[in-house]
Design a protein around this ligand. Structure first.
Ligand code: UFG
Length: 336
């Protein structure tokens, strides 16, 4: 089967390409390199001994995307490409709405014209807003607190309408919780440009003394130790979830939604302490004000993905901490 992966050189996209190639899918990547490096293609090849076909195109470019579908008989699309920085989306909402919506609409139009109807979409637990209770189930009410999240929710609505109007479409929406970790080889991982916004990329840089101290955003939440609780999931587990979704998407019609998480909540301090222990490093931190827009706790009920897709996350928080740090250390060695 030929799978088109948009944003295939990004953090989650690249790990998914590795799993697809290992499972003998043919992989075609589109990435405009706006938040990824071309070296990732070599790394994917180094791990799998296979080099996916690569197009350095923008998914918003309908003519070019149309050409890809003419040149290749594509069976399914996994759509990762999109802007994802929450803070930037607040200061530059138009950029987010234009890019994230336009790319998805373009892709769906081209797919319809090319008679390809199998679509897996990267959504996010952010669509649950402030959850009414925990753990979060797929049928909970949806709302958002920033433009990035709203683009995800708007795309979910668009997909629902497309599925209603065109019964040929098969759509799986995957709502990710907090992906961290890296490939065991240390060849693939998360490399944000500039100062990281997310917790794990920040921790690894503090551990590595590139940044002096971690700011913990609030210790007065209604959680066991007062710091924010999240459902961290190893990126390799998350990648494998996409293969499970693909198996379903080619065998059904309509639209369905799945949480991809572990079901376990860990606090900021749990993560810091585990990271220090398994990597034998210090992560100095200070408690500061809450970050605006953050919720106290968020973790998945992973039952639906387990029962219907056969998906279960295998890695624990210790592996996630080890692999995240290993990626940074290996990366430094390569740069020497
Ligand atoms: N945190 C800190 N210090 C930091 C960074 C984060 O204390 O320097 C805390 C946050 O307050 C939060 C936790 O660490 O309690 C996790 O924060 P992240 O920024 O790593 O992740 P979020 O849960 O805020 O957001 C992530 C993704 C979003 C996605 C959301 C959906 O970044 O894209 O999960 O659940 F929308």
């Amino acid at each position: 089967m030929k799978i088109l992966v948009t944003g295939g050189l990004g953090f989650i996209g690249s790990h998914t390409c590795v799993e697809l190639l290992n499972a003998n899918y043919e992989v075609i990547i589109i990435d405009n390199l706006s938040n990824a490096s071309i070296d990732v293609l070599d790394k994917i090849e180094e791990i799998t001994s296979k080099r996916p076909k690569f197009y350095e195109y923008d998914v918003c470019d309908k003519v070019k995307i149309g050409e890809i579908f003419k040149e290749n008989k594509i069976d399914a699309v996994i759509h990762f490409a999109g802007y994802k920085a929450v803070g930037e989306s607040v200061s530059e909402p138009l950029k987010y709405y234009r890019n994230n919506l336009d790319s998805t609409l373009t892709l769906l139009e081209v797919m319809k014209e090319a008679n390809c109807h199998n679509f897996v979409f990267s959504s996010s637990a952010t669509v649950y807003g402030t959850p009414k209770e925990l753990p979060i189930k797929e049928d909970f009410p949806l709302s958002t607190t920033n433009p990035y999240g709203t683009t995800k929710l708007m795309i979910e609505r668009i997909l629902q309408d497309v599925s209603y109007a065109d019964k040929d479409f098969s759509i799986i929406v995957l709502r990710y919780f907090n992906p961290i970790g890296a490939h065991k080889t240390g060849l693939l991982g998360e490399k944000p440009n500039g100062i990281p916004n997310n917790l794990m990329p920040y921790i690894v840089r503090v551990a590595d003394k590139e940044l002096p101290i971690l700011s913990v955003f609030g210790d007065d939440y209604d959680t066991p130790d007062g710091t924010g609780v999240r459902d961290y999931i190893h990126v390799v587990d998350l990648a494998k979830g996409h293969l499970k979704a693909l198996e379903k998407v080619v065998n059904f019609k309509g639209i369905d939604y799945y949480n991809l998480g572990t079901g376990n909540g860990y606090s900021v301090l749990d993560l810091v302490k585990t990271f220090e222990k398994v990597n034998n490093v210090k992560v100095p931190y200070k408690i500061v004000e809450r970050r605006p827009g953050d919720i106290a706790a968020c973790y998945a009920d992973p039952t639906k993905a387990y029962e219907e897709l056969g998906f279960k996350a295998e890695y624990g928080i210790e592996d996630m901490c080890k692999d995240s740090y290993n990626f940074i250390l290996k990366n430094k060695e390569r740069q020497k």
